[in-house]
Write a protein that binds this ligand. Structure first.
Ligand SMILES: Cc1cc2nc3c(=O)[nH]c(=O)nc-3n(C[C@H](O)[C@H](O)[C@H](O)COP(=O)(O)OP(=O)(O)OC[C@H]3O[C@@H](n4cnc5c(N)ncnc54)[C@H](O)[C@@H]3O)c2cc1C
Length: 542
């Protein structure tokens, strides 16, 4: 079956490489992957800077899908922990993972998936707040009596007099949390991530990503915790096991996973061609709609162009660019919507230093993996402490390796700052927040990554027009994050690729099951259990 057929895959990120791997292991279709850059993993790459490794924003590996969890652990065996089974709990969802028959010891082996404790907090008013934010005595003490009273009163006001109609994200937040809590913990970070005021983001985004959260749920949660514990109470046991959240993380960062997958793809005889930028997608009518006949790619190093024909095409390139590159062109109405899709770009500054001032009570480096910076007087949005993701990311033991995350548009002045200017800004902001003394900085690097966040504004509300026109292609599969203009994490991006291959194998023509991924999973999860307040941040961060 399918012998001699070829699939052309655009992009060697998680979705493209998963598609290639699935085709090679489950079909006889031969994939060829075209990647415009010289690295594997796309946004999930890891940059190696003089032996210090840095992610494009820390990438935790956790999925509600067993299929994805098992897939990852087949590529990189899990380190030996907890005997026969290991429980990985994240966002109050627990997955039991069977120990590998030959578990790896990260001290001796490189191909290993670490099990890491998750800790993250909010940095606001130059101090730490628990994350997820809880109305604990500690929080209230730090906020002060006056602020606490204001939060309470403004919440009561929102309950009694909700804003109607609720059209934008600001109104959405205020109606659920009150203006004061919104201003304190939601506004600054959300606006840093998206670059526009919450009042200009559709309330629909909140409804999709932050559904069902309320202070009442937080209070109920606190009350439940205060109730006496019954012996053998299974629910209580669940709470206890979920107290320590853990995720998987490759010893050398997410890029290690995707370099490993790329090696497996190549060792099975498939080609991954780097520096090939797909610029034209040729198509023609078919009996049932239309089909892609070939893509034309240009080599970024030599300028050479090549035409790649195929039977199937998988695209992980931004859908906006894909539609613009179609030949013959897409209808003006479709083009108008896709041209109006927007993105958020991303800069990370890696800083290697002797020490930072964030220490716990015993004087040791804090254990946070990442810290949300809620301070409105700085541009940095999030801080990663890479030592706490994997100690193996840091070349020299004893040094501290951190990453500052800046969300921006490629048209902003920030995007065009020189490396020296960006490093100076990062150091000044860290100093102003009392996180680091600039004299302790030994080295630094700056990484730009365009189109990290597909935005749910611009023409996004009319995106279904693009989807339905693209669904008429018989042999083209839009998969992944920017490939579908969807807020997909690695696991969702992979699942779209896996499902596309399932559809080829099963002869399923409809693309509905691809577009339903992520959305439906979230939906089922919400029906099954109450979502904790922290998810408002998780989802807005990506
Ligand atoms: C700050 C941040 C933090 C994140 N944290 C997590 C996390 O903790 N856990 C998690 O699971 N996910 C996380 N993600 C999401 C994760 O990065 C993405 O889901 C994943 O990388 C998407 O995979 P993809 O293959 O669809 O796309 P990409 O990673 O974007 O890969 C697409 C590839 O296609 C190539 N390409 C594009 N255009 C062309 C063209 N014309 N021709 C040839 N090649 C082309 C690109 O160079 C790229 O290599 C995070 C994302 C961000 C931005």
């Amino acid at each position: 079956m399918e012998q001699g057929k070829r699939a052309v895959i655009i992009g060697a990120g998680p979705a493209g490489l998963t598609a290639a791997f699935e085709l090679l292991t489950r079909t006889r279709i031969e994939p060829v992957v075209l990647e415009k850059c010289d690295y594997m993993g796309g946004i999930s790459r890891t940059v190696n800077y003089k032996g210090n490794r840095i992610d494009i924003g820390g990438h935790r590996f956790f999925s509600k899908s067993d299929r994805v969890m098992q897939w990852w652990l087949k590529i990189l065996p899990m380190q030996a922990v907890d005997g026969e089974h290991t429980e990985i709990t994240y966002q109050r969802q627990t997955t039991r993972v069977a120990a590998h028959p030959e578990p790896s010891d990260p001290e001796r082996e490189d191909r290993v998936m670490l099990v890491r404790n998750r800790k993250s907090r909010i940095y606001f008013m130059r101090q730490f707040f628990e994350y997820p934010i809880t109305l604990s005595g500690d929080t209230l003490k730090k906020l002060g009596l006056w602020k606490t009273v204001k939060i309470g009163l403004s919440y009561i006001r929102s309950v009694l007099f909700p804003i109607k109609p609720e059209t934008n994200l600001e109104q959405f937040f205020i109606n659920r949390f009150g203006r004061e809590l919104y201003l304190t913990f939601f506004k600054s970070y959300t606006e840093k991530v998206w670059g526009i005021e919450c009042s200009q983001i559709s309330a629909e985004w909140g409804a999709q990503r932050i559904k069902g959260l309320s202070i009442w749920k937080t209070l109920t949660h606190i009350l439940k915790k205060m109730l006496p514990k019954k012996k053998g109470d299974i629910a209580q046991k669940d709470v206890e096991t979920s107290l320590i959240e853990r995720f998987l993380y490759p010893k050398y960062g997410p890029g290690q996973m995707w370099e490993e997958v790329a090696e497996k793809v190549k060792s099975r005889g498939a080609e991954i061609l780097t520096h090939w930028n797909v610029e034209t997608i040729e198509h023609s009518p078919s009996q049932t709609g239309r089909k892609v006949t070939a893509v034309v790619a240009r080599n970024e190093q030599t300028g050479e162009t090549r035409r790649f024909t195929g039977d199937y095409f998988f695209s992980t390139m931004p859908v906006k660019e894909l539609v613009a590159d179609l030949e013959p062109p897409a209808p003006p109405a479709v083009r108008e919507v896709s041209d109006g899709l927007m993105y958020r770009d991303f800069i990370t500054v890696g800083i290697l230093c002797e020490r930072i001032k964030l220490r716990d009570s015993s004087g040791k480096l804090v254990e946070d993996n990442w810290i949300y910076i809620q301070e409105p007087d700085v541009l940095v949005g999030r801080l990663q402490i890479f030592n706490n993701w994997s100690p193996f990311l840091v070349a020299e033991p004893g040094k501290v390796w951190i990453g500052l995350e800046y969300f921006c548009n490629d048209t902003d002045a920030l995007w065009h700052k020189s490396e020296a200017e960006m490093i100076a800004l990062a150091k000044a902001e860290l100093a102003s927040m009392n996180i680091l003394d600039p004299q302790d900085v030994e080295d630094a690097t700056v990484i730009h990554m365009p189109k990290t966040y597909p935005a749910y504004f611009g023409t996004y509300d009319r995106f279904p027009q693009v989807i339905s026109w693209m669904n008429e292609f018989d042999n083209l599969f839009l998969v992944g994050r920017n490939g579908m203009h969807k807020y997909n994490n690695q696991d969702h991006s992979m699942l779209t690729a896996m499902t596309a291959v399932d559809n080829i194998i099963d002869g399923v023509r409809s693309r509905d099951n691809l577009w339903a991924l992520n959305t439906e999973q979230e939906y089922h999860e919400e029906k099954r259990e109450e979502k904790p307040i922290e998810e408002r941040e998780e989802v807005s961060v990506g």
